[in-house]
Design a protein around this ligand. Structure first.
Ligand code: TXA
Ligand code: MG
Length: 323
């Protein structure tokens, strides 16, 4: 079995034919490659190989009980792996390719390593709109398991440099195509006999989902965690973080929004789309400032603000926990 002891000189290739060819060769050979999607950079490996998937877990230091998202190139490939009902098909039709992940029943006999789904009988599946991920899927012809390309529990990467900082030396190759457009991880929706469940808020908000597929529950009725990776302490910077801050304490680096300027702003005009795209970038930046704490201005609890606040609360929770 691959272990965490493997060391690499991590190379970075600018997006283009040469980088895709090189990445596809590595993937076919069972290696891992970081690749941008429109949400965040992912760490891809072939989803049909237990060994490749074990290397993803090892590089991230991710617990084996936390399943991975599988990226595919087409609806046809998706239907070979998962069972779609009407609502799932409507959601896919409306939002794929794009920042939506569907958790669906795994198709019996699907060519997916058990480790990819952490042994679950469901599979998280997605078609990305990003040219680099799409080119890699086309070049390999394989479904690719790709969680966010960061060490487990750390901030998601929206730039190749973030990946290098978090996973440098642990993976062989990064495809660099600049900062990601959306900047927040995909919305995850569970589709089961019982109904639709929002497992992770994201770029596509509940109202947009409901318009296409009807009522959607925001959590399981019993409040249990059905996306195993949705533990409270996720997406954490290394410093304490305070949310809904209207001004900075002397030891805080303030991330502003709208009228609250801060040391840097998510969006001076109060645009939530711009704020989502800049969120992880500014959290990474805050993490390397000399000031020992981070504060973030209030973000409205609507539309994309729901997903932004979800990530911020998790980041803040982690720090309450460790203090
Ligand atoms: O935007 C994104 O979704 C990025 C890009 C790279 O695709 N990926 C990403 O992956 O955010 P990751 O592994 O960081 O988060 C995936 C989440 C985890 O919380 C995991 O527990 C959940 O999806 N998940 C995966 N398979 C699942 C399943 N079968 N049932 C429930 N949750 C699942
Ligand atoms: Mg992640």
């Amino acid at each position: 079995m691959p272990t965490q002891d493997r060391h690499f000189y991590t190379r970075i290739g600018r997006y283009g034919k040469a980088a895709i060819d090189e990445a596809a060769n590595l993937i076919r050979a069972g290696e891992t490659v970081a690749v941008p999607t429109e949400t965040v950079y992912g760490l891809a490996g072939r989803a049909d190989s237990g060994e490749a998937v074990a290397r993803i877990y090892a590089a991230k230091g991710r617990p084996f009980f936390n399943p991975l998202i599988v990226h595919v190139a087409s609806m046809e490939q998706a239907e070979a792996l998962a069972i779609f009902d009407d609502r799932a098909r409507r959601l896919a039709g409306a939002f794929w390719p794009g920042p939506l992940t569907l958790v669906l029943p795994l198709k019996p006999g699907a060519d997916i390593a058990r480790l990819t789904t952490a042994g679950l009988d469901t599979i998280a599946i997605r078609i990305s709109a990003h040219r680099a991920m799409r080119a890699l899927l086309d070049a390999t012809g394989l479904p690719l398991a790709a969680p966010s390309a960061n060490a487990s529990g750390a901030l998601s990467p929206t730039r190749a440099e973030h990946v290098l900082k978090s996973l440098g030396g642990r993976i062989p190759y990064i495809i660099d195509n600049g900062p990601t457009e959306v900047g927040l991880e995909s919305t995850i929706v569970g589709v089961s006999g019982g109904g639709l469940t929002l497992l992770r808020p994201g770029p596509i908000d509940p109202e947009q989902l409901a318009q296409v597929a009807g009522a959607i529950a925001v959590r399981d009725a019993d409040g249990s965690i059905t996306a195993p990776g949705q533990l409270a302490s996720h997406y954490a910077p290394s410093k304490p973080l305070r949310i809904a801050a209207r001004s900075a304490a002397p030891d805080e680096w303030l991330i502003g929004f709208g009228p609250i300027a801060g040391h840097a702003s998510l969006s001076p005009t109060g645009d939530l789309r711009e704020a989502a795209a800049r969120l992880f970038d500014l959290l990474h930046e805050a993490d390397v400032q000399p000031l020992p704490k981070i504060a973030v201005a209030p973000i409205p609890e609507e539309g994309l603000g729901l997903a932004i606040n979800d990530r911020l609360r998790r980041a803040a929770y982690q720090n309450i926990d460790i203090q």
